[in-house]
Design a protein around this ligand. Structure first.
Ligand code: TMP
Ligand code: ASP
Length: 236
């Protein structure tokens, strides 16, 4: 399958049409942004790592019964996926306090929750991705009640599968953001990516951060952290 015209360029990926109207090709870039695009940079090799890691994790999820957009990895940076209409809803699951949760509620990072939390934000860069609840999402016509219920149950299932998988690699899955889309057949599937850009990964022994927080917080060793996650997950 070959790339035809570019349909979209986001902060970290480009999307191309293919000859099949139900399929598109995503192409991962090394560009990194944070704080709604205010901070910009490059993480060398990130596009390759995020492409391979996301595909690897989506295939694990598929085996566990989670429907995803993944079809076929085409090259280091390019993957064939089902064409979807992305629900403008960022779904965030947290197992441990960190980031905006710690900030909003004035608590330390690292508090292990008895139960995972879920929150939604409205995917809208101009508005700065404001938080919203299910009723707001319904009111705005972002999704139906049934779709929101499905997205919630899929998100918690994804958390259980990934948490257990990363635990075996001595990695603690602190939190993550996922996005869902609707295929041309009307099916809701996990879309976008699962990578160190969109998850917080802490080494379970040392607590070392192995994700994009190294870039967001200028901690150094950004490329090494991405490489280390890739090595633990895929052995290279
Ligand atoms: P937060 O603590 O900043 O709200 O982030 C929660 C999780 O969501 C964290 O794993 C990073 C991820 N995330 C994204 O993937 N994209 C974003 O735009 C933001 C704000 C967070
Ligand atoms: N990628 C997001 C942005 O550019 C934020 C983040 O991941 O921190 O705003």
């Amino acid at each position: 399958m070959e790339k035809k015209e570019q349909l979209y360029e986001g902060k970290a990926k480009k999307v191309y049409a293919t000859e099949d109207p139900s399929l598109v090709i995503v192409s991962y870039k090394d560009d990194a942004t944070a704080f709604n695009g205010l901070k910009k940079g490059t993480i060398a090799g990130k596009g390759v790592i995020n492409n391979k890691m996301s595909n690897f994790l989506m295939q694990i999820l598929e085996k566990e019964g989670v429907k995803t957009h993944f079809v076929e990895e085409l090259s280091d940076r390019d993957t064939l996926v089902k064409k979807v209409k992305i629900l403008p809803l960022e779904v965030i699951i947290r197992n441990i306090s960190a980031g905006s949760f710690a900030k909003h509620y004035g608590v330390a990072e690292g508090i292990v929750f008895a139960e995972p939390t879920i929150e939604f934000s409205y995917k809208n860069d101009e508005l700065g991705d404001p938080l919203l609840n299910e009723y707001h999402a319904l009111a705005l016509g972002i999704a139906t009640k049934e779709e929101i219920a499905l997205v919630k149950s899929m998100a918690f299932k994804i958390n259980e599968v990934l948490k257990a998988y990363f635990k075996k690699l001595n990695v603690t899955l602190v939190d993550f953001k996922i996005e869902f889309g609707k295929t041309v057949d009307g099916e809701i599937v996990l879309a976008d990516e699962i990578s160190p850009d969109t998850c917080r990964f802490w080494d379970s022994t040392t607590g070392e951060k192995l994700d994009k927080d190294r870039f967001r917080r200028d901690l150094g060793g950004v490329e090494d952290a991405y490489q280390e996650m890739m090595r633990r997950l895929m052995g290279n």
